[in-house]
Design a protein around this ligand. Structure first.
Ligand code: SIN
Ligand code: FE2
Length: 214
């Protein structure tokens, strides 16, 4: 039996479908350190509301770190190695992010995952992320690792087709979701965040998605 009270990892694995799993509490022991690292990134690359190609302001505030980061503007969605707000390269990816992503992916069956980009999403009460696929990465054989911190959210996870049935998965502080393989292009989103207060993040949810973009 797994040692639930050892150092790390904590929690239990909850399969969603082939290729996708929730690792409950996997990031819990590292949550404060992750949030400190997020604060250091944000000091260099502040959160901002990007605009969709259709001209809509996204309700999620975003920033990121790594060799490149996902951005959206009137020209489209893409990865860019420069922060368009500052004209400077994105902050380096903290080693802690890379280590967590590699361990979580390994536990989910995707050994050797080395992320080069991390998108950081900030949700306030009412913030949502509409159903989408993560498809701007070059190698779709590599998984996505998503880390939830702070206020809980309802994650939606569907299928390859936009109108496939959606599972609703509660994600709490310290939970990690990994999706890859047959689930790599499955649609997903986040329902409007409910108001609340978390000891470490206050009235916010912070999500990290670690990707290999290039
Ligand atoms: C994402 O799909 O990029 C973020 C998912 C989440 O916030 O849980
Ligand atoms: Fe996504």
């Amino acid at each position: 039996m797994a040692d639930l009270f050892g150092d790390q990892p904590q929690g239990w694995d909850e399969p969603i479908c082939p290729g996708a799993v929730v690792l409950r509490g996997f990031a819990l022991a590292r949550a404060q350190a992750l949030l400190d690292a997020v604060a250091a990134v944000v000091a260099q690359a502040p959160f901002r509301h990007m605009v969709t190609p259709g001209g809509q302001r996204m309700s999620v505030a975003m920033t990121g770190c790594g060799d490149c980061c996902w951005i959206s503007d009137r020209r489209g969605y893409r990865y860019d190695d420069v922060d368009p707000d500052s004209g400077r390269p994105w902050p380096a990816m903290p080693a802690l992010f890379r280590a967590l992503a590699e361990e979580a992916a390994g536990r989910a069956g995707f050994a050797g995952f080395v992320p080069d980009a991390c998108l950081i999403n900030r949700y306030e009460p009412g913030t949502r992320l509409s159903l989408h696929q993560d498809r701007d990465e070059r190698d779709l054989g590599v998984p996505i690792v998503s880390v939830s911190l702070g206020l809980p959210a309802q994650f939606q996870f569907g299928g390859l087709a936009r109108n496939d049935p959606l599972r609703r998965i509660p994600l709490g502080h310290g939970d990690v979701v990994v999706w890859g393989g047959p689930a790599r292009l499955f649609h997903h989103g986040v329902l409007p965040l409910k108001a609340g207060r978390h000891a470490l993040t206050g009235e916010l949810r912070i999500n990290l998605t670690l990707r290999k973009a290039r």
